[in-house]
Design a binder for this molecule. Structure first.
Ligand SMILES: [Zn+2]
Length: 245
């Protein structure tokens, strides 16, 4: 169910972070079994069943999600459900509103400021990296009062696997130089993780690396590896209020 989990705590809040894998759901091959993709039709209540299983395991009522488009728009939400319009990052200051970002090679990034309890998720592929969705998310959190933002970078395709045409590498590296990379076989590639980390550091965030390569990990979905036969996994975050017992 979870590729990794983490938790941070202050006197007033506990913030839980998780990245799902492809285990523990109800999806049939080749999408077995915890496919959280929004894009496959004709599968009955499979998506709702998987979302309910994840919500139950994560201890929440449901998730705020988004229609992701590889841009840099950030939406502030205060309730669960699909955010209006399209965007690639969600931010909330509301306790118990869990956020979800769905990926299958792009980097899922989860953000939290334990002082104010402001949390966020972002979807970062090469488009979002170049468009600046990471700094835009941090800026929106700061507008809501966040002072000390930590960021968790989840599983994504690594620079050794993410082959792209040379002009595409040049285009993205012109904006984010740290993303310039080569595959393990020597051809042009992009290192999305390195690019995200440099943007986070420049934005003053502490970075917690929860990444591993989706292409090289059979327990994770990878569009690079499996094409249209790939599902999506998710990055999750929620702030829970601390109650005095
Ligand atoms: Zn790899």
């Amino acid at each position: 169910m979870f590729a990794s989990r983490d938790s941070i705590r202050s006197a007033s809040a506990v913030i839980d972070i998780a990245f799902t894998d492809r285990l523990g759901g109800v999806s049939l091959p080749p999408f077995d079994t915890l496919d959280l993709s929004r894009f496959r039709g004709d599968r009955g209540d499979e998506l709702e069943s998987n979302l309910a299983l994840v919500a139950d395991a994560f201890g929440v009522a449901g998730f705020a999600g988004m229609r992701q488009v590889h841009g840099a728009d950030v939406r502030v939400v205060d309730s669960i459900g699909l955010a209006t319009g399209s965007c690639d990052a969600l931010v909330t200051a509301v306790a118990d509103v869990a956020l979800m970002v769905r990926v299958g090679d792009c980097a899922p990034v989860v953000f939290a400021d334990v002082g104010t309890g402001v949390v966020a998720v972002a979807h970062v592929g090469r488009g979002g990296l170049a468009a600046g969705v990471v700094p835009a998310t941090v800026a929106t959190m700061r507008e809501l009062g966040a002072a000390s933002v930590e960021a968790w970078v989840g599983p994504h395709v690594c620079g050794g696997c993410y082959e792209v045409p040379a002009p595409m590498r040049d285009e993205v590296a012109a904006v984010v130089p740290t993303s310039y990379a080569c595959t393990t076989w020597g051809s042009p590639s992009l290192d999305i993780g390195a690019g995200v980390r440099s943007q986070l550091e420049r934005a003053g965030c502490a970075v917690r690396d929860h990444s591993r390569c989706t292409v090289e990990s059979p327990d994770l979905y990878s569009h690079r590896r499996d094409g249209d036969r790939s599902g999506r996994f998710a990055g999750l975050v929620v702030r829970r209020p601390v109650t005095d017992e």
